[in-house]
Design a protein around this ligand. Structure first.
Ligand code: HEM
Ligand SMILES: *[C@@H]1O[C@H](CO)[C@@H](O)[C@H](O)[C@H]1NC(C)=O
Ligand SMILES: *[C@@H]1O[C@H](CO)[C@@H](O)[C@H](O)[C@H]1NC(C)=O
Ligand SMILES: *[C@@H]1O[C@H](CO)[C@@H](O)[C@H](O)[C@H]1NC(C)=O
Ligand SMILES: *[C@@H]1O[C@H](CO)[C@@H](O)[C@H](O)[C@H]1NC(C)=O
Ligand SMILES: *[C@@H]1O[C@H](CO)[C@@H](O)[C@H](O)[C@H]1NC(C)=O
Ligand SMILES: *[C@@H]1O[C@H](CO)[C@@H](O)[C@H](O)[C@H]1NC(C)=O
Ligand SMILES: *[C@@H]1O[C@H](CO)[C@@H](O)[C@H](O)[C@H]1NC(C)=O
Ligand SMILES: *[C@@H]1O[C@H](CO)[C@@H](O)[C@H](O)[C@H]1NC(C)=O
Length: 355
């Protein structure tokens, strides 16, 4: 008895550091929490803000890029920074290299800069998924007056990133009202959330292939302003494809201001994408659009809440996933294989080579 309990006590002593390690970052009910890094990295949010503010000073368009980066992260395998991976450990094309993201997604360098600052201050503590969520919030703050919301954090980073997941989960610019509503519902977001979050299109840019050809069909049905389409035709090379880098601002008049101008453009047949225009072709969705045109403050309040809700999509918490050391790569399987990413090949003895 005594010896058995001593053994158990010894075992507990041995396991204690590991158990603490595993449990320290784990919230009790695996929920995200505002101020998750209060004690482990009190400067985390300030450091991310510093990196985002510097990038914004250089190029204000980056705010839009960072908000979209968070969205494209969250809709694919949850908010787990899978969108940042440049290599999928299981092989194949990554989310980052998929048509919905490549070459349009931007802000990767800003996340890397933020991660570098954070790692310097508190190594191996702050996940890339949380950095994405903070950076999106800071982008909202930089583009909008009175625009700040608290971001629950404690997300952990995933280790799978595939092109097919991106294609199957990210709404495309040709989407109908019906498929937009269904696609958001699959993420537990309502039709109203969808309209509210689409308001981010008051910021940023779009590439020709996302709107040029579909809008020729809209011309025929009278749902795009002919003058606007003529302008877009003049801007875009007639053979625009995925890798044509010509862009236009989605909200031409105030592309760096988080206002309700996006909604105001829609009833004027000035929505850039077919998917944007769909919001005023369905009575249910159009009612939300009219509400947000009438009350910008209401939209912003709903926007902050919806961003938080989007940031809560299938988070990995506690002992799930990992805190990536480099946001582009999953951590090496063990310290002995640090930096090695290739699958070890069996040598002549049939043993696994380790160097
Ligand atoms: C409702 C379905 C949505 C569709 C079909 C859609 C589609 C698109 C497309 C095609 C672009 C242009 C990308 C490019 O060619 O550069 C774009 C840009 C953008 N989207 Fe969406 N989007 C949707 C929802 C959202 C949501 C929910 C958010 C954020 C919460 C968002 C934020 C943005 C931002 C900020 C940009 C500008 C990006 C930049 O300037 O780099 N979008 N979106
Ligand atoms: C972190 O501190 C803030 C401000 O005092 C507080 O609101 C928040 O609840 C704290 N979060 C945690 C997880 O301790
Ligand atoms: C500044 O922005 C430009 C694009 O406008 C980009 O090419 C460049 O890398 C940025 N520089 C820094 C230091 O972020
Ligand atoms: C990803 O991580 C999970 C558990 O964290 C593990 O079971 C799985 O093998 C990993 N997948 C890859 C492709 O590394
Ligand atoms: C958010 O932006 C406003 C300016 O619009 C600024 O006064 C405020 O300090 C910012 N909040 C935070 C926490 O950075
Ligand atoms: C949606 O909510 C259900 C019920 O709470 C949950 O099981 C599911 O994982 C959620 N899906 C997403 C994508 O968040
Ligand atoms: C959208 O539709 C247009 C015209 O039918 C087509 O040329 C384009 O490839 C489609 N884009 C996407 C992303 O499906
Ligand atoms: C809007 O679209 C949804 C989803 O397709 C549909 O259920 C609803 O009836 C439409 N509402 C109106 C008023 O057109
Ligand atoms: C992270 O990994 C990428 C891709 O291998 C590499 O280019 C970059 O230099 C690494 N960053 C750091 C800080 O080591």
């Amino acid at each position: 008895m005594a010896s058995r309990s001593r053994q158990l006590a010894g075992l507990a002593m041995l396991l204690l550091p590991a158990v603490l390690c595993l449990q320290m970052p784990a919230p009790s009910r695996a929920q995200l929490q505002v101020g998750f890094y209060n004690t482990t990295c009190p400067n985390a949010e300030a450091l991310v803000r510093q990196a985002v503010t510097a990038a914004f000073a250089n190029n204000s368009g980056i705010a839009a890029g960072l908000i979209r980066l968070h969205f494209h992260d969250c809709f694919v395998r949850g908010c787990d920074a899978s969108v940042l991976l440049t290599i999928n450990p299981g092989g194949g094309t990554t989310e980052k290299d998929s048509p919905p993201n490549n070459p349009s997604l931007r802000g990767f360098d800003v996340i890397a800069a933020a991660k570098a600052l954070v790692e310097q201050s508190c190594p191996r503590t702050v996940s890339c998924a949380d950095i994405l969520a903070f950076a999106a919030r800071d982008s909202v703050n930089l583009t909008g007056t009175n625009s700040f919301y608290q971001v629950p954090s404690g997300r952990r980073d995933g280790n799978i990133s595939t092109q097919d997941d991106a294609i199957n989960n990210l709404p495309g610019p040709n989407s109908t009202a019906d498929s937009l509503i269904t696609g958001f519902a699959r993420k537990n977001l309502t039709a109203e959330d969808m309209v509210v979050l689409s308001g981010s299109h008051t910021l940023g840019r779009s590439h020709c292939d996302a709107f040029l050809f579909k809008n020729r069909e809209r011309l025929a049905s009278g749902t795009v302003s002919p003058a606007y389409q003529a302008l877009l035709e003049a801007l875009c090379p007639p053979t625009s494809g995925q890798f044509t880098l010509v862009t236009t601002e989605i909200d031409l008049s105030t592309p760096v201001v988080l206002d309700n101008n996006y909604y105001r453009l829609l009833p004027l047949n000035l929505g850039l994408h077919f998917s944007d225009d769909q919001l005023v072709r369905n009575g249910t969705l159009n009612a939300f659009v009219n509400q947000f045109i009438a009350d910008e403050t209401l939209w912003k309040q709903k926007f902050f809440a919806a961003m938080i809700k989007m940031g809560n999509i299938e988070p990995k918490t506690g002992a799930q996933g990992e805190v990536r050391l480099n946001c582009s790569l999953v951590n090496p399987a063990s310290s002995s294989s640090a930096g090695v990413i290739e699958m070890p090949l069996p040598d002549n003895d049939g043993e696994v080579a380790t160097s």
